[in-house]
Write a protein that binds this ligand. Structure first.
Ligand code: FES
Ligand SMILES: [Fe+2]
Length: 455
């Protein structure tokens, strides 16, 4: 009997390498195959080739201010403990015991000098060092503690009070990784020397959507706002969503990062300056901290959303904290935490400026929760429509037909968007909207990581 190697068929039963190759040729046309949104091989490769390689956001320094503080976070699907040791140094430790793998830390946050395993009782210091075991002299007399400490992320760095880690020993520095995105992040977070901090632990909720969809949407999908969030306009909570897309600038930065700016002055008049912040907030800002071009972006074309590759996104928008009250501006950093093929958890931190008084912070929090939280009017719109991509990816029919999704908006022959040759900031600026240059750039970078890191 002659054995034939199993054929890799496009759509159904397609092998990882073939899906990636096909994604490359589809992307040249501005298309993305449906297969990448709920495929176990793709998901596993994403964990190895993207999440174990990139700089991944873990939280804010101000969440663990004191020696001994810790918080349980994630890198991809891995649980990690972010600790502050007795010398105030921050460590990122794999959250499993080296003896038999039991989860060491089962709480979200706390303060501990040591972690004691609930199975047989091995004990580790909060810097990851192995320090002891029950009956050590009888049970493990010859064990070398150096060999049995917790796994430790080789690179941990902070920027603007935000903690990132990379599991790749050969990773570039965080600033090299962020590149031009760091310039934009200063414009979002560094308007005051006191900075920003989260108003609590992250909200967390399950979403039946792919993590990539959250990242690419927040990286620059202005097109959905008038439709998916149309009800916000219908109930007169906000106006102007139907034209918002036409006032957009897509800032596309090498490395898969992007931001979506809006010309607030043209949309809302002089009140729109600097994200529509009211004067009692704006009077605290010191824009001279920023270089002149960044000042100009912040005043006239500020990013309302953005994505740092792979799964960290930014949001700053405004809305009433309660019906009839004047709008308050809110800020959220959010993470699309991959849970499995086509499934994620959305983690969202709401931030305040540290100079804010209690009322200002409360108004900003209420406005943000009203817009973006598990019950938020915008968040519900988004998370429901995002369920579609993995559903389509599970459809035999969709895969049999080699279905691809369309990200061609703004390409030659499709739209009016042009590369702004006069842009002197980092990366590229594409305007006016509508367009999908950031989506294409996100998936091109995703593909480059999936292919290069897989070699
Ligand atoms: S599994 Fe942790 S001590 Fe045995
Ligand atoms: Fe949205």
């Amino acid at each position: 009997m002659v054995m034939h190697a199993a054929q890799s068929c496009p759509g159904i039963g397609e092998r990882l390498d073939d899906i990636l190759e096909r994604t490359g040729s589809e992307l040249e046309k501005g298309l993305v195959p449906v297969n990448i949104f709920a495929n176990a091989d793709i998901f596993d490769a994403e964990m190895e080739r993207i999440f174990a390689k990139s700089w991944v956001f873990l939280g804010f320094e101000s969440e663990i201010p004191d020696k001994g503080d810790f918080m349980q976070r994630r890198i991809g699907r891995d649980s990690v403990i972010v600790t502050r040791d007795t010398k105030s140094a921050i460590h990122v430790l794999a959250n499993f015991c080296r003896h038999r793998g039991t989860k060491l830390c089962q709480t979200d946050v706390g303060n501990q000098s040591h972690f004691r395993c609930p199975y047989h009782g091995w004990v580790f210091k909060n810097n990851g060092d192995w320090i002891g075991a029950p009956d050590k002299s009888k049970a493990y007399a010859g064990l070398d503690p150096k060999d049995w400490g917790l796994l430790k992320a080789p690179h941990v760095e902070s920027f603007l009070g935000m903690i990132f880690a990379s599991l790749d020993p050969n990773a570039p520095t965080l600033m090299e990784y962020l590149g031009g995105a760091a310039w934009f992040m200063r414009g979002l977070m560094d308007l005051h020397p006191g900075g920003m901090s989260p108003m609590g632990p992250p909200d967390r909720y399950k979403v039946r959507g792919d993590w990539k969809t959250g990242s690419e949407n927040f990286g620059g999908d202005g097109y959905h706002v008038g439709v998916a969030h149309g009800s916000v306009q219908t109930i007169e909570l906000a106006q102007g969503f139907d034209v918002l897309n036409n006032f957009s600038t897509h800032y596309v930065i090498p490395g898969g990062h992007s931001f979506l700016g809006h010309d607030f002055d043209s949309m809302f008049g002089p009140d729109g300056h600097v994200w529509y912040y009211p004067s009692d907030i704006q009077e605290h800002f010191d824009l001279d901290r920023l270089d002149p071009l960044l000042q100009d972006v912040v005043k006239k074309n500020p990013p309302i959303v953005g994505t740092i590759f792979p799964n960290l996104s930014f949001l700053r928008f405004f809305g009433p904290p309660s019906p009839g009250k004047p709008p308050a501006v809110y800020t959220s950093w959010r993470q699309w935490q991959p849970s499995g093929p086509g499934e994620m958890e959305l983690w969202s931190w709401q931030l305040k400026w540290n100079f804010m008084d209690e009322q200002q912070a409360a108004d900003s929090y209420a406005a943000g929760q009203f817009g973006f939280s598990s019950a938020g009017i915008f968040e519900q719109d988004d998370t429901v429509v995002w369920e579609g991509a993995p559903e389509a990816a599970r459809s035999v029919w969709a895969r049999k037909e080699n279905t691809a999704f369309n990200m061609q908006m703004g390409l030659e022959g499709m739209g009016q968007q042009k590369l702004d040759e006069s842009w002197e900031g980092p990366g590229e600026a594409w305007r006016p909207g509508p367009g999908e240059p950031s989506q294409r750039a996100f998936y091109r970078h995703w593909l480059s990581q999936m292919v290069e890191s897989g070699k």
